[in-house]
Design a protein around this ligand. Structure first.
Ligand code: GDP
Length: 362
């Protein structure tokens, strides 16, 4: 399953946000893949289409897509030099697919800010500098070996020049994501596992009073996110913790009273999903309705592999009905009779919301 890591300076609200996530997770405790480790939570990706499909195929069982959220504590100035939890922190963060960067945008004299003042621009720079220093160190370690190997193997030349370009850029304070520009560079650069190449979602943490519009600090975060080509959301971690404690039927009213349509957590999850370039197809039968996560642009066999790798190997074809057709015809049978079930081959690029039955050899 895909992983998002929560990072940020100490005392910005990371644990509060993470605990709100795990509180919600506890509700879904009968969910089969729900493994609970202290700093890893599985969250369900909210998708209102699931309930509608479940009523069409008349099943009580809904299995949503999931994301794993990892609370990565211990990032402080000097982390790449072993301060705080240092290297332990860095090994966790290399394994995630995307980063949720929590930024303190709330004032509260009782809660110490590690640098003594609320300054999102400075805080973001501190974290990003640590991430780039960590990448720089790991690239420098690789470089000697890479150069040595390249003397024997001419095919490594593009990798060496990419590595040199990345080192030079990191030294100038440019994150790796901006240094791997072409598709070829992106593909080659994957083997470096660079932290500063991962997509980032900024979560500007405000007090309840500053929902939903934010404040001067969130405006600074918005500017930085826009410049970096990243996304940002305004959330209140403390409010999320309160929402998580409310009974489910009382939540909509509470959200409305705050001027929100959706909980901040759900927005974080949906935005992260989007940031990762993911979308969803469904399988829907009397046993269950199941959301499957795939890369946007994935062809039918790759999509089948989300269910089982054997499905990809033995792929014959995919029987596809769009979500809209499924709903408007009211059953698979009726959609089929109306000619809305398409038989697609292995070149077919699966669309968001496709309802699919795979045919395969075992
Ligand atoms: P972490 O170190 O980033 O994990 O931060 P915590 O989640 O432990 O939060 C640090 C402190 O800030 C805790 O006492 C939280 O209750 C408090 N806190 C978190 N979010 C808010 C907020 O929106 N407003 C206020 N006033 N305090 C908050």
């Amino acid at each position: 399953s895909l992983r998002c890591g929560i990072v940020g300076l100490p005392n910005v609200g990371k644990s509060t946000l993470f605990n709100a996530i795990t509180a919600k997770q506890a509700e879904a405790a009968n969910y089969p893949f729900c493994t609970i480790e202290p700093n890893i939570g599985t969250v369900l990706v909210p998708d209102e289409r699931l309930e509608k499909l479940a009523s069409v195929v008349k099943t009580p069982v809904i299995i949503p897509a999931t994301l794993e959220i990892v609370d990565i504590a211990g990032l402080v100035r000097g982390a790449s030099k072993g301060e705080g939890l240092g290297n332990q922190f860095l090994s966790h963060i290399r394994e995630v697919d995307a980063i949720v960067h929590v930024v303190r945008c709330f004032e509260d004299d009782d809660i110490i800010h590690v640098h003594g003042k609320i300054d999102p621009t400075d805080d973001i720079a501190t974290i990003e500098t640590e991430l780039m220093l960590a990448d720089l160190e790991s690239m420098e370690k690789r470089m000697d070996k890479l150069r040595k190997n390249a003397k024997k193997d001419k095919e490594l030349a593009p990798l060496v020049s990419l590595a040199e370009k990345i080192i030079k850029g990191l030294e100038e304070g440019i994150p790796a994501r901006k240094l791997m520009e072409t598709d070829e560079e992106k593909e080659l650069g994957r083997q470096f596992f660079l932290i500063s190449s991962k997509p980032v979602l900024f979560a500007a943490n405000v007090s309840e009073n500053d929902l939903p519009g934010g404040n001067e600090h969130t405006e600074a975060v918005a500017r930085i996110a826009a410049e970096a080509g990243s996304k940002m959301l305004i959330i209140s971690a403390r409010t999320e913790a309160e929402i998580a404690e409310l009974p489910e039927d009382e939540r909509p009213e509470f959200l409305e009273s705050l001027g929100l349509e959706m909980s901040g957590l759900d927005r974080v999850i949906q935005t992260a999903y989007d940031l990762l370039g993911l979308h969803t197809y469904f399988t829907a039968g009397v046993k269950e309705v199941h959301a499957w996560t795939i890369r946007k642009g994935a062809a039918a066999p790759e999509a089948a592999a989300a269910i089982h790798t054997d499905f990809e190997k033995g792929f014959i074809r995919a029987e596809v009905i769009s979500y809209d057709d499924m709903l408007s015809y009211g059953s698979e049978q009726k959609a089929k009779e109306a000619g809305k079930m398409r038989s697609e081959g292995k070149e077919y690029i699966v669309k968001d919301g496709d309802v699919i039955v795979f045919r395969f050899n075992v």
